[in-house]
Design a protein around this ligand. Structure first.
Ligand code: ADP
Ligand code: MG
Length: 256
């Protein structure tokens, strides 16, 4: 079966596709932790030929489905993904290089209702990758830019915002091509979620299931050590919550 036919069987309400023909942009991090949260998707397909599996076995919110395409044809990979069986939003981590191209082309050929998220990191080389990836989207689907894995937005993205100090002109025109712009800063919380084999979204939800003052009473009865551990987990949860809220609120708050 053709790739396009496979995708046309999809009945997804929304497909968030994260792409960029390069490794290390944050595609997998954003797919698992951010795109799921923003779109309320419960499944992440990782279509990637050079991806090692990111285990999120302890996630209650998100199921990760790895589709390896190293020795397989894309058709076979999509067979395995079987989008047709999901009548709900899903996220596709389109992987690097050829996989991004194939998934992007396939999705558009059949008019899949999709939204694209393209990460940009503080490395001017990734701007070329971004432009190439953007050019693959020709069907008018929303294309969102994600400033990914940075510490200081304006300083780190000097090749966009310019640098007065070093006499570099801003290049803000680039931003006008995108429907929405989000910011996903560098944070240890992504790696911490990974270490727990879960997502930042799952961690963020922990503290929403209880009322702190009531819970604190119970924790005290468990002894000092347990109380301390529970409080650490509580703070982790609050920080994860704030990280996600900040990402959500970062939508379009850069003037272009
Ligand atoms: N916002 C971020 N904060 C901290 N680390 C990040 C962030 N985004 C990506 N990383 C790290 O950078 C590396 C590459 O990210 P990854 O999501 O695997 O990129 P890709 O899927 O595009 O290859 C990983 O080690 C990941 O943990
Ligand atoms: Mg990846």
């Amino acid at each position: 079966m053709e790739v396009n036919e496979k995708l046309s069987k999809a009945v997804c309400n929304l497909v968030a596709i994260i792409g960029g023909q390069k490794g290390g942009l944050g595609k997998t991090t954003i797919s698992l932790n951010i795109a799921t949260f923003l779109t309320d998707a419960k499944k992440v397909f990782q279509i990637d030929n050079n991806n090692f599996q990111v285990d999120i076995l302890n996630s209650k919110k998100v199921k990760g489905i790895t589709v390896k395409t190293d020795k397989k044809a894309m058709e076979e990979a999509l067979d395995e993904a079987d989008f047709a069986s999901y009548n709900e939003p899903v996220v596709i981590d389109a992987g690097g290089g050829d996989d991004t191209t194939k998934v992007f082309n396939g999705a558009q050929a059949i008019g899949l209702k999709a939204e694209y998220y393209l990460p940009l990191t503080p490395d001017p080389d990734t701007l070329v990758v971004l432009q190439q990836t953007k050019e693959l989207i020709v069907d008018g689907s929303p294309v969102n830019l994600i400033f990914s894995n940075f510490r200081n937005l304006v300083e780190d993205f000097w090749f966009i915002f310019g640098s007065e100090e070093y006499g570099i002109e801003p290049n803000l025109e680039i931003l006008k091509q995108f429907d929405n712009i989000y910011q996903v800063p560098n944070s240890p919380l992504f790696a911490i979620a990974k270490a727990y084999q879960t997502t930042v979204w799952d961690l963020a939800l922990i503290h929403t299931h209880y009322e702190l003052q009531e819970e604190k009473q119970k924790w005290r009865e468990l002894g000092k050590e347990q109380y301390h551990k529970k409080m650490q987990m509580h703070r982790l949860s609050v920080d994860c919550h704030n990280l996600l809220e900040n990402v959500k609120n970062s939508k379009n708050n850069i003037e272009v």
